[in-house]
Design a protein around this ligand. Structure first.
Ligand code: DON
Length: 321
């Protein structure tokens, strides 16, 4: 009886049947073996491409996982929304957006392009993410700044430590000509705050991309965004709701590279992908879903990740509009 009255008030009252349907969607999507793993960073090219994980965490703490949900993977660009949130919390939207725009770029994530003010188009692409890194905790040394980011991920994941993949970081740093070119381009346009150390900023950005966790823990981070910044498991407020509102708006318009418009149209949910095959999906006021499968399509999104989202909204009325 206690269980019945508790689950009747849950955001997903019949969670068991919901999980059964997620399992069915997972198994259908698992058959898709198209796409290929990112190979521009050698360490990413060595990941087993067949892996596929789904983890769900609702805003009232119900959880479900299937597949490789305990296997660690790098955040890559799925770190970008959180770095943007950290910059917003510290400086406020007006200051942050003196340095980065909020329009989709319509171009690939590492395109050598800035907006008409000489700023990165938005915080969800490489140039904008480097800008967020330059803004976070500027008064501190680089070690403390990295600690701040990893502690934030720990809090977002409900107290679970995240790890760091040093070989991905080194590999990232070794193959960073395009990112250096973007950073120098921004410096030429005076886009960075005064006295920004370019090398430190880039290294900080590569380190953030090389943070690792698994779908099980990262679904709690996605659920924290779904829950307006308060972790549903610990009750701790990690970000103010206005920060999360700004972040989700830009995830919706810019989170899926140059597929963002199409994704917003078809799926209607904020999301952020990364070249490791990571995909963080947020269903506001309902749940966060972490999806991971390494094979990518031509724009750099996880093939199974996108297919899973398409099937999800065909099945449930999660599209926000
Ligand atoms: O900057 C890079 O090359 C990668 N570490 C970026 C990662 C990524 O997922 C692409 N994103 N926007």
């Amino acid at each position: 009886l206690v269980k019945k009255s508790l689950t009747e008030n849950a955001v997903i009252p019949d969670f068991e049947s919901f999980c059964e349907q997620i399992r069915t969607i997972y198994l259908k999507t698992l058959k898709n073996k198209s796409g290929k793993v990112a190979d521009y960073i050698p360490q990413l090219a060595r990941v087993n491409p067949d892996q596929f994980a789904i983890s769900v965490c609702t805003v009232d703490g119900q959880r479900f996982s299937i597949g490789d949900s305990g296997v660690n993977y790098c955040l890559q660009s799925s770190c970008k929304p959180i770095n943007y949130c950290l910059a917003l919390e510290e400086l406020g939207a007006d200051v942050v957006h003196n340095h980065v725009g909020r329009e989709p770029s319509g171009q690939s994530f590492n395109e050598l392009a800035l907006n008409s003010r000489g700023l990165p188009h938005n915080p969800m692409i490489n140039a904008g993410a480097m800008m967020s890194c330059s803004l976070i905790d500027r008064k501190n040394n680089i070690a403390d700044r990295f600690d701040k980011v990893s502690k934030t991920w720990k809090a977002l994941c409900g107290g679970k430590d995240v790890s760091f993949n040093n070989s991905v970081y080194l590999s990232e740093r070794q193959t960073a000509d395009r990112n250096f070119a973007l950073a120098y381009f921004m410096r030429e346009k005076n886009a960075f705050p005064e006295n920004t150390n370019l090398t430190e900023t880039l290294e900080f950005y590569f380190q953030c991309c090389s943070i690792e966790s698994n779908a099980y823990d990262l679904s709690v981070a996605a659920a924290t965004l779904a829950n307006a910044g308060t972790n549903p498991l610990t009750g701790d407020t990690i970000f103010q709701s206005s920060t999360v509102q700004n972040c989700l708006s830009l995830m919706l318009s810019c989170g899926m590279y140059d597929f963002s418009g199409e994704f917003a149209f078809k799926i209607g949910l904020p999301a952020k992908s990364g070249v490791s095959g990571a995909l963080m999906l947020v269903i506001p006021n309902l749940m966060g879903i972490s999806i991971w499968s390494p094979r990518l399509d031509e724009v750099g999104n996880s093939v199974r990740g996108v297919e899973f989202c398409e099937r999800l909204v065909e099945h449930f009325s999660f599209h926000q509009y």
